[in-house]
Design a protein around this ligand. Structure first.
Ligand SMILES: CC/C=C\CC(=O)SCCNC(=O)CCNC(=O)[C@H](O)C(C)(C)COP(=O)(O)OP(=O)(O)OC[C@H]1O[C@@H](n2cnc3c(N)ncnc32)[C@H](O)[C@@H]1OP(=O)(O)O
Length: 297
């Protein structure tokens, strides 16, 4: 497992996800139904994720559509990771916009029902799925933009932080942040490192210790998000921003993957910087599931 995590999420996780596609009892790829739309667009939808791909631009929109709050259940996370893996393997896809179909909510974070009264085996499977979601998103070779069109606490914030750029609706009622400590849960080091890489040490320290949820304007001030726009402009702005990012010359200029924009050059190493290798075994064991740790204490 250590070697698996040390290498890029892209290939390391393919095997497991591929097996899930075939054998998953959680639905996964089996429920993805492709269909064609005009103008070189294609779409596939599962029960919780809609993926729309524009083949002329190489931009995919991944829309979370799991009412009431897009909570990150095991089923959701499995479908999410499979959808992202499919896009990663599609050489025509260069950028992914992550957004929500639900009014007022981007994602409520981890599904609390997955953390209560479940067997240790289930908790282990769930926690691995959380890690896989993060590895796949943070380690993606595609440009990833979060179009945050609603509140996004805890694991929802982690999803947004794992993207390259964050655009949020300028609605002061929407909040975002890693509020785990408010729930009596210690955010794992890779949650922390993802936040530090975005907002810096001091803001991350205050944010995590106090479990702060920021309003959209405060999130912009602290650097948690990069841009606020009117709610009805979140997706169109994300598309425009994506086009700008994709215009940066590809890495083929320096003899590497032609799909990958050079703006991603510093991103893949972020997964390595967060040194998962030394602790990956324990991360994937029950000892490293934060809420079971606090239960034992
Ligand atoms: C180590 C890492 C550990 C943890 C990371 C995490 O992600 S833990 C989860 C943390 N999430 C939260 O703290 C979010 C809690 N939810 C909210 O703050 C609000 O629900 C939210 C998302 C702002 C939406 O508010 P709104 O007023 O629009 O809806 P309401 O609160 O009435 O919720 C609607 C129904 O959704 C259920 N629900 C909400 N959050 C979750 C969740 N995280 N998991 C599962 N279910 C959730 C809520 O219970 C309501 O259900 P209902 O049956 O209608 O009563």
């Amino acid at each position: 497992m250590a070697t698996l995590l040390k290498h890029s999420a892209k290939y390391a996780l393919s095997g497991r996800l591929a097996r899930l596609c075939v054998h998953s009892r959680h639905g996964g790829l089996q429920c993805l139904q492709p269909c064609l739309l005009p103008h070189q667009r294609s779409a596939s939808t599962g029960s919780k994720i809609l993926v729309e791909m524009d083949n002329s631009t190489g931009i995919a929109v991944l829309t979370m559509k799991s009412p009431p709050v897009n909570s990150l259940s095991l089923d959701f996370l499995t479908e999410f990771s499979i959808s992202l893996e499919k896009l990663e393997l599609d050489r025509g896809c260069r950028g992914v916009i992550l957004t929500s179909a639900l009014p007022k909510i981007f994602s409520a974070g981890l599904d609390i029902m997955e953390m209560c009264g479940k067997s240790p085996e289930h908790c282990g499977e769930f926690w691995k799925a959380v890690q896989e979601m993060w590895l796949r998103l943070y380690g993606s070779s595609m440009i990833t933009i979060a179009a945050i069109n609603g509140s996004s606490p805890a694991g929802g914030c982690l999803m947004a932080l794992a993207c390259d750029y964050r655009i949020m609706a300028e609605n002061p009622k929407y909040s975002i942040g890693l509020n785990e400590t408010q729930l009596g849960i210690v955010a794992p080091f890779w949650f922390k490192d993802t936040l530090v890489n975005t907002v810096g040490n001091r803001v991350a320290e205050l944010s995590l210790q106090l479990g702060l949820l920021y309003s959209a304007p405060d999130a912009l001030r602290t650097g948690l998000v990069d841009l606020l726009v009117p709610e009805d402009k979140v997706l169109s702005t994300a598309s425009q921003t994506m086009t700008q990012w994709l215009a940066i010359p590809g890495e083929n200029a320096i003899g590497s993957n032609p799909r990958v924009s050079s703006s991603k050059v510093d991103l893949t190493p972020k997964v390595h910087m967060v040194d998962l290798s030394h602790s990956s075994e324990s991360m994937c064991s029950l000892n490293w599931i934060p809420w079971t740790c606090s239960n034992r204490a």
